[in-house]
Design a protein around this ligand. Structure first.
Ligand code: FES
Length: 191
């Protein structure tokens, strides 16, 4: 690749060039005139478009902005909203901040890892569930907290969290809400 040639598509891996979503990233690179200081904006668009930042994508952005791949990787791993792995169809986030930790959130993580065959920070092989952890969601009074597809559930136990995830993976809507009602108190609900 000619290091001075950063026009759209040049030096693009075949897999990326064939992907229609790639045009969105290319448009953004062009919009920012391939400026290195647009790295965050470009990565943001790339993640929104592809759902995650693959090595291939990060290397391409590094080439186009003429910054070292290590810098792109450093930014992508520093900010929480970037993810390097594809997300599953459903997400389960367990808070492991101090208040949740002292109320057994580590046991919740272990139970979910065992039952669903996935390590925290990873996605199941069938792409259905991403299990992740986070440090303090700001609702410590309801510890331990689990967030399922954006729905916060407080005072979870390993059993109730596993049940809720099972329901989330197999059923939708009312059935899930019923499971939440009987197995959990949601954020803001009185005991
Ligand atoms: S530590 Fe879990 S919500 Fe604060």
């Amino acid at each position: 690749m000619n290091p001075t040639d950063n026009s759209p598509g040049k030096g693009t891996p075949d897999g990326l060039a064939a992907d229609p979503r790639f045009k969105v990233v290319e448009r953004t690179l062009k919009q920012y005139q391939y400026r290195a200081d647009a790295l965050l904006e470009v990565l943001h668009v790339a993640q929104e478009t592809f759902g995650c930042l693959s090595d291939e994508l990060m290397n391409h952005v590094a080439r186009q902005l003429r910054v070292p791949p290590s810098r792109v990787y450093g930014v992508a791993t520093f900010y929480h909203f970037f993810t390097l792995e594809a997300r599953g169809e459903h997400s389960c986030v367990v808070c492991t901040g101090t208040a949740c930790y002292v109320k057994r959130s580590a046991e919740i993580v272990a139970r979910l890892e065992n039952e669903f065959g996935v390590k925290a920070g990873k996605t199941t092989a069938d792409g259905k569930l991403t299990l992740s952890t986070v440090r303090c969601l700001g609702s410590c009074g309801l510890a331990p907290i689990v967030v399922l597809d954006g729905e916060t559930m407080g005072r979870c136990t390993p059993d109730s969290a596993a049940t809720a995830v099972r329901v989330m993976l197999t059923e939708k809507g009312p059935a899930r809400e019923e499971a939440a009602r009987t197995g959990h108190r949601r954020k803001g609900e009185e005991p």
